[in-house]
Design a protein around this ligand. Sequence first.
Ligand code: GLA
Length: 338
Amino acid sequence: MSAYTLKSANGMEARVLDYGGIVVSVRVPDRHGRFDDVVLGYDSLADYLRSSPYFGAIIGRYGNRIAGGRFTLDGKTYTLAKNNGPNHLHGGLKGFDKVVWDAAPFQGADSVGLVFRYTSPDGEEGYPGTVRATVTYTLTDRNELIFDYHATTDRATLVNLTQHSYFNLAGDGKGDILGHVVTLNADRFTPVDSTLIPTGEIRSVSGTPFDFRTPTAIGARIDQDDEQLRYGRGYDHNFVLNKGADGGPTLAARVYEPSSGRLMEIYTTEPGLQFYSGNFLDGTLRGKHGVVYRHRYGFAMETQHFPDSPNKPSFPSTTLRPGEQYRSRTIYKFAVQP
Ligand code: GLA
């Protein structure tokens, strides 16, 4: 297995493994030009192999949950691993986060990157069809980290790929993320049951702790007495992104960390964003340089189709058929604010 370092002309740097396509570190400047690592992860591959809550990894074939580990496609019912209580999560026992991807580095005019390829055999983790997946990581001289996903299949199947980096824009291990100020371009979200499966309702965020349409600290309302926050143990919900008409990447989220001045913007072609506030981090994992990942020391923003779409006919479809191309693009753009 190999590690790769991507470095942009102005010093931004990302370290990536071919195992799981894991983004191990991302170094970006603060408002004084000081670089820090802003993602959670481990020092060694052995740590990732032992146990990881998907730190930095590519998620597939299906990012997020499928209720009861079952879905029906073209009249046939498929059974998947229940690896998250009664549900299937993030592709199963050995998802795309736990396979070794074929990696090919490239150099562009104003960018560097890696093309990751993986062929998932028919029946892998219970999913039908041979899926050929390509995920391209590009680091640009504009301080963007871009993920381009592409997949084809030889039988009708499900595809919903995402990236599971956990961020702390103050710097990895430097406290919890509750002071990060989040703006989400989402008027609605998908409420869940107590096992985090969407009920099927598309609910307005208006008047709820899920209204991030104006900049709000993650911690401002996270402990309110709210059924959805109780089910998620905080934020662990899919937001329905407001979309333009052209299908290109649109602004999904803006996250600002006041002490460092770091700002991250997320643009995506996907219809949804899972905002996870690191609620399951509980101080048992030790990350890079031995830091202890306590409660809410990182947050994830997973661009995706909605959870449990295969069992929710009213949600945008995650079915991929032979002859079709699955394409998805997400951009993490880093900047600073005074
Ligand atoms: C996703 C899920 C969370 C949690 C993390 C990994 O974000 O929505 O509930 O499982 O992955 O710990």
